[in-house]
Each structure stands twice: as C-alpha cells, then as structure tokens.
Design a protein around this ligand. Structure first.
Ligand code: FAD
Length: 237
C-alpha cells in the first residue's frame, strides 16, 4: 500500500491521503479496513457518451468512420500500405500512408497481416467476470473500493465498482481462456463472495447475481512476468 501511495504521488496524483480505521469508518461505515488510500479525484465516466463525443469531434473535423467492415489484408507499399477490407456485400482495396492498429483482441492478427513477428505480439485472452449486488446493499458504499492487489495476479483484484445509476458491481477476476465466450461463469459466485467478504463484510452470497464479462488482450501468459507494453521501432520491416 505504501508503494502504491508513493507511486501515485510521484505520478502527480496530489490529493492522495493515507487513512486509518477511524477516518475510514467516517467515510465508509460499512467497509472493513485497517488502513486505506483515499483518492478524491478518482471518478467514473459514462464511456458511451465519451465515445459519442469523440465521434462527433472527429466528424466535425471532416473525419469519416466506416462501420461493419473488416480489415482482411495488408500489403506494404513504398509509401504506405494497400489495405483490403470486406463488408457484407463486397471486398475493396485502398491505399493509406499511415495505418494505426487498435483492433483489441484481434490486434495481434492485424500485426501479423502487416508482417510483424509473431511470437512477440501473440495475445493471450484473459477473461474478467463481474457479479452485481442486486439489492439495496448496492447503496452501502459511496466510492470505488479496491483491495491491495496481490503481486502474483495480473488484474487489480476483485473490487467494488459503482456505476452511474448507483448500481454496485464486483469484479473483474482474471482467468486465461482459449476462446471468446462472454458468458459469466455462475459457479464463481462463492469465489467472488470470499474475495470481498474481508473488506465488504455486509455482502452475503445471495446478494450477488451474474452481471457481465470482458476479455483483456494480454501480452503475458499465465505465470509470466507483468508485461503491459512493447515499445519498439519497426521501421526496418
Ligand atoms: C474485464 C476488464 C476490465 C478492465 N478494466 C479496466 C480498467 O479498470 N481501467 C482501464 O483503463 N481499462 C480497463 N480495461 C481495458 C479497457 O477496457 C480496454 O483497454 C479498452 O476497452 C480497449 O479499447 P480498444 O479500443 O483498444 O479495443 P476494443 O474496445 O477491443 O476495440 C477494438 C475494435 O477493433 C475492431 N476490430 C477487431 N478486428 C478488426 C478487423 N479485422 N477489422 C476491423 N475492425 C476490427 C473490433 O470490432 C472493436 O470494435 C478492462 C478490460 C476488461 C476486459
């Protein structure tokens, strides 16, 4: 916790405060903790409105967005790339000087299409399930509550997240999977309950209902060292 606190300050989060039990009880009477870091400037945002706003700004600058179209081929040319795309009706090609790949779970496949080395960029899928607190206990906390992350886990640890409607979700966990399947594993309810009962003692197993899941594209596989980024100039290829 001390490391996280110091790293936060170093990264310019100036309003961080270390709290002891009495202060924690005043802010969050239902949370059990000996010590905590309070981050008043942490917030949640409406990601859909945020994206709609980005779309609006992009179009305002004469940007064009083509939806429902899959990139299926990349050929390197002297001054850029020849791109092949496919929609429901046809396959078409165009030239671009700059190509930015942000294809999420598919971004390694796009990198391979562009001829970049396979082993280094191959993504592993790390799924995170969420359970919702489906009753009025969702109102028992006022801010996001995180446990101290365990060093051996790749995620932040199952934590309590409020949404903009005042709902409360627990999650995500982290589990490597071979295929994309967004069904929440219902049998994990007990594991979720046990992960949070130490710091959210008001939660019982029957308060939880399966909510949603997401899959993280991850560079490191199970048991491997933490690896968020590769920063590399590929100009030679
Ligand atoms: C469980 C979970 C918890 C997370 N928690 C946090 C968090 O607390 N904080 C945080 O900052 N981040 C978190 N993240 C990560 C965050 O959600 C992602 O980093 C972010 O959404 C990635 O955005 P993106 O645009 O790069 O990729 P995506 O949102 O995955 O978008 C990729 C897009 O590329 C498109 N695409 C794929 N292949 C092709 C193709 N061949 N042709 C054309 N289009 C293609 C897809 O259709 C998709 O629209 C979490 C993720 C998960 C799964």
């Amino acid at each position: 916790m001390k490391d996280l606190f110091e790293r936060g300050l170093k990264n310019g989060v100036e309003d961080l405060r270390l709290l002891f039990k009495d202060e924690i009880k005043k802010l969050e009477p239902y949370v059990e903790a000996e010590k905590a870091i309070n981050s008043p400037s942490t917030g949640i945002l409406d990601s859909h409105s945020f994206m709609q706003n980005l779309v609006w700004q992009f179009k305002d600058q004469n940007g064009q967005i083509v939806y429902n179209t899959e990139l299926v081929g990349i050929e390197k040319r002297i001054d850029g790339f020849e791109i092949t795309v496919k929609d429901k009706r046809e396959v078409s090609k165009f030239l671009t000087r700059i190509l930015i790949n942000f294809a999420g779970l598919n971004s390694d496949k796009i990198a391979f299409l562009a001829g970049l080395v396979k082993e280094e960029y191959e993504l592993k899928f790390c799924k995170g399930d969420y359970f919702r607190v489906h009753n009025n206990k969702a109102r028992f906390i006022n801010r996001l509550i995180y446990p101290v992350p365990k060093e051996e886990r790749i995620g932040l640890g199952i934590h309590a997240t409020l949404d903009l409607t005042g709902g409360l979700r627990l999650g995500p966990d982290d589990e490597y999977v071979d295929k994309i399947d967004y069904n929440v594993v219902r049998s994990k309810k007990k594991i979720f309950y046990e992960s949070v009962k130490k710091f959210l003692p008001f939660i019982e197993q029957e308060d939880l209902a399966p909510d949603m899941s997401g899959i993280r594209p991850s560079l490191q596989g199970p048991g491997e060292d933490f690896r968020d980024f590769i920063i590399k100039d590929e100009i030679e290829r």
